[in-house]
Design a protein around this ligand. Structure first.
Ligand SMILES: *Cc1c(COP(=O)(O)O)cnc(C)c1O
Length: 382
C-alpha cells in the first residue's frame, strides 16, 4: 500500500497516506475561488455525517493548524469568563488541556486518575453535584499517551444530566470509532486532518452543537483561534478568515472519498483492528508486554513496556527499525518506560508483517532474547 517507498509510519500522526491523497495536493487553488468554497462546504457536510448526526443541530468548523490548535480554539472560545472547566486527565493530552486553561486564565478543576485507568464516573457525578459552578467538562476519547479508550458516551450522559457543556478530544479516534455525537451528548468534538481520516497535517476540525457554538460569541481569548468567528465566516461567505491550507484541504477531500470507499468508519475500524491484533500477537510472542490491561486497550495505538533486558536501549532499537523502513513512536508516560506502535494510517497487514520482521531482526542484531508472553500463549495464532 505504501507505494512511494517512504518509511512506514507506525505512529499516532502524521501518518502514512495514500499516493492519491498526496497527489491531490499537486495544484494551486485560490482560497476565495468558488471551487475551493464548494469543496469546503462539501467537507463540512461530510464531517457531520461522519459524526452520525444532521446539520439541523450540528455544524463543523475547520481551523488552521494541528490538532492542538483546534482544542485550544474550543477551550479558549467556549468557556465564558465566569465559567469553570472540569478536565478529566489520564494522560499527556488531558494534561495539555490543563495547560491551555492555565494560559487563558480559565478557572479549572482537574479530576486525574492513573494512566492505565479510565475516569471514575461516580466521582465525576459527585464532583458535578458538589460544584454547581462547573460549566464545562472536557475529556480525551483515545488518550494517545497509552491508547486507552475513555467511556465518552457514559461520561456524556452524566454531563448532560447535570446540564453542563461537554468537550471531547477525539483526535486519534474520530474516523475509526463510531462516535454518534448527539447520542453521546457531545457539544464540541475535536479531531484533525492527519489522524484516522488519513489526510496530511495542516488543519483541525470541530464538530459543534449549533446552540453551544452560538453561546461562544464574544468569549474568544485569541483572534486567530476564535471558534465563533471562524464559523461565522464559513457560514456567511464560505471562506476562511485567514489563509487556509488549500492543498491540505484538497487532500482531505480525497481522504474522505477513500474512507467512504473502505466502508466508512466500520470498514476502517476493521483494518485498524486487524493491524492491532497482528501487532499484539506477534510482539507478545517476541516477548513484549503491553502496558494496558486488555479491557482498556483501543485499536489505534498500543503502548509496550521496554523489555527488562540489559541490552535493550530504546534509541538504538528505534534507529535500527527506522533504518529498516519502520518508524515507531517513543513513549510519553510519566511513570513507566514504554514505546508506542500506531495501527492507523494507510497501512495493512503486509506493512505490519514488515514491522514484525524488522523487530525480530533488530532483537537478534542487538542480541536480545525475550520470553514469549502470556497473551501469545493464550491466544496462539500462527
Ligand atoms: C494527536 C493528538 C492531539 C493533537 O496533537 P497535534 O500534535 O497538535 O496534532 C491531541 N490530542 C490527542 C489525543 C492526539 O492524539
Amino acid at each position: 500500500m505504501n507505494t512511494w517507498k517512504d518509511k512506514a509510519l507506525f505512529t499516532p500522526g502524521p501518518l502514512t497516506t495514500s499516493r492519491t491523497v498526496k497527489q491531490a495536493m499537486l495544484c494551486d487553488l485560490g482560497s476565495r475561488d468558488t471551487e475551493f468554497i464548494q469543496m469546503v462546504r462539501e467537507i463540512r457536510a461530510q464531517l457531520i455525517k461522519l459524526a452520525m448526526t444532521s446539520e439541523d443541530f450540528y455544524t463543523s468548523v475547520l481551523m488552521q493548524g494541528s490538532g492542538t490548535f483546534g482544542i485550544e480554539s474550543v477551550i479558549s472560545s467556549a468557556i465564558p469568563t465566569n465559567g469553570k472547566l472540569l478536565i478529566l486527565v489520564n494522560g499527556a493530552y488531558g494534561e495539555r488541556m490543563t495547560h491551555m486553561a492555565k494560559i487563558h486564565n480559565i478557572e479549572m478543576l482537574v479530576q486525574a486518575c492513573p494512566e492505565n485507568q479510565t475516569p471514575d464516573l461516580r466521582l465525576l457525578e459527585n464532583t458535578l453535584i458538589a460544584n454547581p459552578d462547573i460549566s464545562h467538562v472536557a475529556v480525551v476519547h483515545c488518550e494517545t499517551t497509552t491508547g486507552i479508550i475513555n467511556p465518552i458516551g457514559e461520561i456524556g450522559r452524566l454531563v448532560n444530566t447535570y446540564k453542563r457543556v461537554y468537550i471531547v478530544d477525539a483526535m486519534s479516534s474520530f474516523g475509526a470509532y463510531p462516535i454518534p455525537v448527539e447520542d453521546f451528548k457531545i457539544d464540541f468534538l475535536i479531531s484533525s486532518s492527519n489522524k484516522c481520516i488519513e489526510g496530511v497535517p495542516g488543519f483541525s476540525f470541530i464538530i459543534a452543537r449549533i446552540e453551544a457554538l452560538k453561546a461562544c460569541k464574544g468569549n474568544a481569548r485569541t483572534l486567530a483561534m476564535d471558534l465563533f468567528s471562524q464559523w461565522e465566516g464559513l457560514e456567511k461567505s464560505g471562506q476562511f478568515r485567514f489563509t487556509p491550507p488549500v492543498q491540505v484541504i484538497r487532500a482531505f477531500r480525497q481522504a474522505l472519498v477513500e474512507l467512504e470507499d473502505e466502508g466508512g468508519v466500520y470498514g476502517r475500524a476493521e483494518r485498524y483492528r486487524q493491524n492491532y491484533v497482528l501487532t499484539l500477537l506477534h510482539l507478545t510472542k517476541l516477548g513484549f508486554i503491553p502496558y494496558l490491561p486488555p479491557e482498556n486497550r483501543g485499536y489505534t495505538i498500543t503502548s509496550f513496556r521496554y523489555p527488562d533486558y540489559p541490552k535493550f536501549n530504546f534509541e538504538e532499537f528505534y534507529q535500527r527499525l527506522s533504518n529498516k523502513g519502520c518508524v515507531i513512536y517513543p513513549g510519553k508516560l510519566s511513570h513507566a518506560d514504554c514505546f508506542r506502535i500506531g495501527h492507523i494510517g494507510r497501512l495493512d497487514q503486509s506493512d505490519v508483517f514488515l514491522l514484525i520482521s524488522a523487530i525480530r531482526e533488530t532483537l537478534s542484531d542487538m542480541e536480545i532474547t525475550l520470553e514469549p508472553q502470556e497473551e501469545w500463549v493464550k491466544t496462539g495464532v500462527a
